[in-house]
Design a protein around this ligand. Structure first.
Ligand SMILES: NC(=O)c1ccc[n+]([C@@H]2O[C@H](COP(=O)([O-])OP(=O)(O)OC[C@H]3O[C@@H](n4cnc5c(N)ncnc54)[C@H](OP(=O)(O)O)[C@@H]3O)[C@@H](O)[C@H]2O)c1
Length: 225
């Protein structure tokens, strides 16, 4: 299974790529500029050693080659980036991490933008109707991905309308040590999942913590907290 990280040169994408490479998966880092993607691959190799399971490419080529796509670009770049990978992304699962935070337009990272589609993930689905969009990784910060000598002590809340696609990506995501996937249902649930992120950022600021993620307990005991 090849994982293509579209916009994998930024904080979130690089961290996700790093963790999947560490878990032994084949990763292709995508960028608008191949040189920038190559530089990100070099960075991963500086951290993990001379790993062979990572390479670089232009976003449209990465989308063609990969089996599963991860989208990690700012909201303002979401539409153009998705249109640039439209052909390659057809029929494939796309894990959309896009956060509709106010900071995307110069506002606060503790507030959410209200999008006409309901959420950034639903917006992605409207832009690429033939792609199986799954909201994922929204509540896990880059600080967690980058601490590679620790397990990620977080749940990965996902939602999407294609059950087979969710069943396909769940064991893949859970290859990252510590991550547990929780399927929250249909894609419209993304409007809730995406709003948890500014809540977490606000809590972390108030309590002088680093933004990490969430862990839901009690799922197996009939008492969800
Ligand atoms: N950082 C976190 O902790 C975190 C946590 C949860 C969710 N997220 C979400 O994940 C996404 C990525 O976050 P990030 O912090 O990694 O973002 P970022 O570093 O600002 O950007 C990621 C990549 O997106 C591409 N990009 C940036 N601006 C662009 C533009 N105007 N047009 C086209 N491409 C552009 C760039 O790739 P190239 O120049 O190589 O093409 C860049 O390296 C965001 O939507 C964010 O809300 C982030």
């Amino acid at each position: 299974m090849k994982i293509g990280v579209i916009g994998g040169t930024g904080g979130q994408g690089l961290g996700i790529a790093l963790r999947f490479v560490q878990a032994g998966e084949d990763v292709i880092i995508g960028s608008r500029t191949v040189d920038k993607a190559e530089a990100a691959v070099t960075k991963v190799k500086e951290i993990l050693g001379d790993v062979r399971n990572i390479r670089a490419g232009a976003n449209p080529d990465v989308a063609q080659e990969a089996d599963v796509l991860v989208l990690t670009v700012p909201l303002a770049a979401q539409k153009d980036t998705l249109l640039s990978i439209r052909e390659g992304a057809k029929g494939k699962p796309l894990l959309d991490a896009t956060g509709p935070l106010e900071s995307a337009i110069g506002g606060s990272a503790t507030k959410c933008l209200l999008l006409p589609e309901g959420s950034a993930a639903q917006r992605a689905q409207a832009i690429l109707p033939e792609t199986k969009v799954i909201c994922a990784f929204n509540n896990i910060s880059q600080t967690w991905w980058m601490v590679i000598d620790e397990e990620i002590d977080c749940d990965c809340l996902i939602c999407g309308d294609d059950r087979d696609a969710k069943a396909m990506v769940t064991p893949l995501i859970e290859k990252v040590p510590g991550l547990r996937v929780i399927d929250c249902g249909a894609l419209e649930r993304a409007s809730i999942i995406e709003k948890i992120t500014p809540l977490l950022i606000g809590l972390n600021i108030r309590n002088k913590c680093q933004f990490g993620g969430i862990r839901i307990t009690g799922l197996d005991k009939g008492r969800v907290c």
